[in-house]
Design a protein around this ligand. Sequence first.
Ligand code: 6GU
Length: 223
Amino acid sequence: MRIDIISVKPELLTGPFDHSIIARAKEKGLLEIYVHNLRDYGIGKHKVIDDYQYGGGAGMVMMCGPLDDIITDLKCERKYSDIIYLTPDGIQYNQGVANHLSLGTNIMMICGHYKGIDERIREMHVTKEISIGDYVLSGGELAAAVMADSIGRLLPGVLGDETSALFDSHQDGLLAPPVYTRPEDFKGNIVPSILLSGNNKAIDDWRNDQAEKRTEKRRPDMM
Ligand code: 6GU
C-alpha cells in the first residue's frame, strides 16, 4: 500500500512512521508513506495557500488552487482507492473503517488547517471525510498519523502470528481482556490462577468472559 499525505506542517509527520511496527512494514516494502508539503504548491513569492473566507468571519480557508494542483499531480501518477479529507466534521473513524481502507492500494490523505479547505475541493476530489473523534485538533496531521498507523498494521504480513490483529481490542467487536507477565506476585497483587493452569480451553473461556465484562462495563454501546 502507498499512502500520500498532503500537509502544511510536514514536520509533524517525520517521527511517527519511523518506529516499531510501521517502520518494519516500510522496511519490508509492504507500506510506503510520502508526506507532501502543500506550501510547495503555494501561490507567488510567498507561496500562499490560504485566504480570507467569503461572507466574513474569523479564520483563513485553504485555497482551491494549490490543493487542486497537488491532488491533480498525484492523481496523474496513480489511481487512488480513496482521497480522504481529515476534518472534525467528517464521519467517525473506527476499526471497521480501518479494515476497509486497508484493502485499498493507494490512499491520499489531506490534512486540514485553519478553518478547513474550500468546499469545492471536497466536492471535486474528496471521496471520504473522516474525523478521529469528537474533539478538535490543531490540524489533520495527528489524525493522519493515527489512521496510517492503524491501517498499516492491518496489511498482510505486517504483524506476525503472535501479534495478530485478530485479537486486538475492537477487532472482534469487544475490548481486549487483561494481560499479565512475570512476576506472579507483584507487591501482593497476584496473577489470576487460571492463567497459570495450563488449561488452554479454560484460559480462552476466561479471556472471552473478561473481554465481554470489560466491554459491557466500559463500552455498553458496543454490546
Ligand atoms: Cl481529522 N482533524 C482535526 N483538525 N481535528 C479533529 C480531527 C481531524 N478528528 C478529530 N478532531
